[in-house]
Design a protein around this ligand. Sequence first.
Ligand code: NDP
Length: 477
Amino acid sequence: NTAQIGVTGLAVMGRNLARNFARNGYTVALHNRTAARTHALVEQFGDEGDFIAAESAENFVAALERPRRLVIMVKAGDPTDAVIKEFAPLLEEGDMIIDGGNAHFADTRRREKELREQGIHFVGTGISGGEEGALNGPSIMPGGSKESYASLGPMLEKISAKAKDGAPCVTHVGPDGAGHFVKMAHNGIEYADMQLIGEAYQLLRDVAGYSPTQIADIFRTWNEGRLDSYLIDITAEVLSHVDAATGKPFVDVVLDQAEQKGTGRWTVQIALDLGVPVSGIAEAVFARSVSGHADLRESSRHLAGPTARTLGKDEAAAFADRVEQALYASKIVSYTQGFHEIAAGSEEYGWNVDLGKVAAIWRGGCIIRAAFLDRITGAYEAQPQLPSLLADKDFADEIAAAQDDWRDVVAAAVTQGVPTPGFAAALAYYDSLRAERLPAALTQGQRDYFGAHTYHRTDREGTFHTLWGGDKTEIES
Ligand code: NDP
């Protein structure tokens, strides 16, 4: 009796992924550093399928059919290296290690290279959908070799989420770290989506004067249109939830300090390294950071703000419609930025990532799943070399139709003193891209003045410097 796949690391994610494989008819070998978890899984869920429980690494590896497929689902970072160190010596040429943790793609590249030298395929795999997704169908973003995908692909397709058209939410993203890179960008976009939704909520509350329950209803209506998505759906659920202990809206009793585990921060760090402007994602990460600075906020409560003015009933309803436009337009911008980063990563590391396929496998299972992603897939299918999502005519037309409302909403937020860094950054990005001239020309002049950093001209080829300290003649350098 041998297993087609093995899972080591049986906390929430690993346990549910193992059950998902078993429910789909695969025999699954189980292993965890602390054996109690392994036995607990078999005790609780053993009747869901065929499991082979192993206490030692040797027994675990021996239980796997060859070439072996070994999924690591442990805490990302050093634990992943520790587990690889334990298992790699027990494996043979052609075997596969699938790391489903939230690894940094640079670690994945390093591990892939080291293991490749031993003839082992290392498949860094992004998995999104939380514990529920792991059990019932996540969105899966595998990197690694083509060869490994030939062996793993059919199994991953079986356990993955299915999009509305039935397509499995998994594709071979690209070699080595491509899968983890794309998962990172997914999480960055998720941060931006959540921030934008949060800003919409705050505006509906503070400017339009709606209650959390009323806002939940507004989000439910939006969820029937072009904003149809998992995050809007759960937002309505959270907003309509009432705290049992106090009878107050749940959102009013939760401490307003957002936490983060790091993938959003990585998205911004890597974007800086690649020179990609992901201002919306960056604002989302910084917004969480600001929220967490309790002392700084406490010591700033006395700072002056504008006189607040809540809208009347009719005005409020019209404002809510405008917020929907602002949210949608800002969302297009954050996806534009996220996909730009994936394209830049793909270029830098030679991954050849198909952006349309990435959008397609995010249509189901993952946290940012949304009707909207069908449109992105369509845009890249129509034009694989699309330089930016904003270059797609349909998206450009939608933003054109939304822009007046978008500007009104940002203006209202500024006038009323409601922070909307996401909406405002998205709009500034949009206006920067469309601008005929940017003040970057002045920046170049300043740089040339204080540092002789030189500049280019619009009317002639060459590199120039002005003798600022002298007679201000221009020299070609
Ligand atoms: P945790 O990240 O909490 O990790 C716990 C597991 O790691 C346990 O099985 C633990 O074993 C094992 N472990 C920790 N250190 C070591 C070590 N040094 N050697 C061997 N095993 C070790 O579990 P999750 O299930 O939440 O997540 C697993 C992975 O999936 C993580 O990388 C996470 O980032 C990623 N992920 C999580 C999602 C989520 O929604 N939670 C979503 C997508 C990805 P022991 O029982 O012995 O302590």
